[in-house]
Design a protein around this ligand. Sequence first.
Ligand code: NAG
Length: 325
Amino acid sequence: MWKWNYIWIQFLISLLLLIEFTFAKSTASVAGLTSTCPALDPRLNYRPVIGILSHPGDGASGRLSNATDASYIAASYVKFVESAGARVIPLIYNEPPEVLQTKLNLVNGVIFTGGWAKTGLYFDVVEGIFNQVLKKNDAGHHFPLLALCLGFELVMMAVSKNNEILESFSASNQASTLQFVKDLNIEGTLFQRFAPELLAKLSTECLVMQNHKFGISPETLQGNKELGSFFKILTTSTDENNKVYVSTVQSESYPVTALQWHPEKNAFEWGLSMIPHSDDAIQVTQSVANSFISEARKSFNRPPAKEVLDNLIYNYPPTYCGYAG
Ligand SMILES: *[C@@H]1O[C@H](CO)[C@@H](O)[C@H](O)[C@H]1NC(C)=O
């Protein structure tokens, strides 16, 4: 009995295929469509993975853990990366250097997050990864870095080789505009992918989130030989006392972009009262994420899939700390 059934199913499938084929053929001839998709660009990596460096502490002022070796990555950075089509491997800052190195070799770009740690092992690890980013690019491997808020400040310290280079600013829990430097050509910058209307609004509406007490003035950046030759200033912003600081920079010769502001907060953070959550503000988050991940797709690094899976952030359970801030 089963045998007959089997044959019957086979027959049914053949009949369906025949009908589908005839249908597809007639649709194609009517609409002039073909069913073939253009080949993917072989120069791009469509499965990019981003390393996010963890920051010391529990991210909740001791309400989750007081362990001295605790470190965390706020979920907003992970979602930011995922929203643009990439996955995350956590680079846990206080893991043994060889483990960190192995993980760094599994990714296609790195994010330095916001936070407060500016000294000790954390700074040394940031500086070490930063130097490796330059080395990989020097060796012809496209490898982008996005440094955000504290990350921006640490990169300023690393490039200038001066741990006292930062100045005080009052920009805690403040939404701001971005003022583009005169005659800026946005081609090849973070802003290239922004829709023209959104780009125009950045300088008149408060669409980006600032939350920092330190920063660097345009005069200090340009007056420093190392910083002045490494970075091009894209935008400045003003703090609560109308003091102007550098808010966005990009390296002249490396895919290194640093933002004093927080692109990940608009769409994914709710703890601070001034975070912009408007339609335009969410597009700012999305546009920065798209820009950065499109750089990561240019990375040729294609590590073994199993090693990537073994190290993805999905191996770590997230902890809800919404009540704790
Ligand atoms: C961490 O230390 C603080 C201050 O002593 C305390 O209030 C808090 O409960 C501790 N957190 C945990 C998770 O034990």
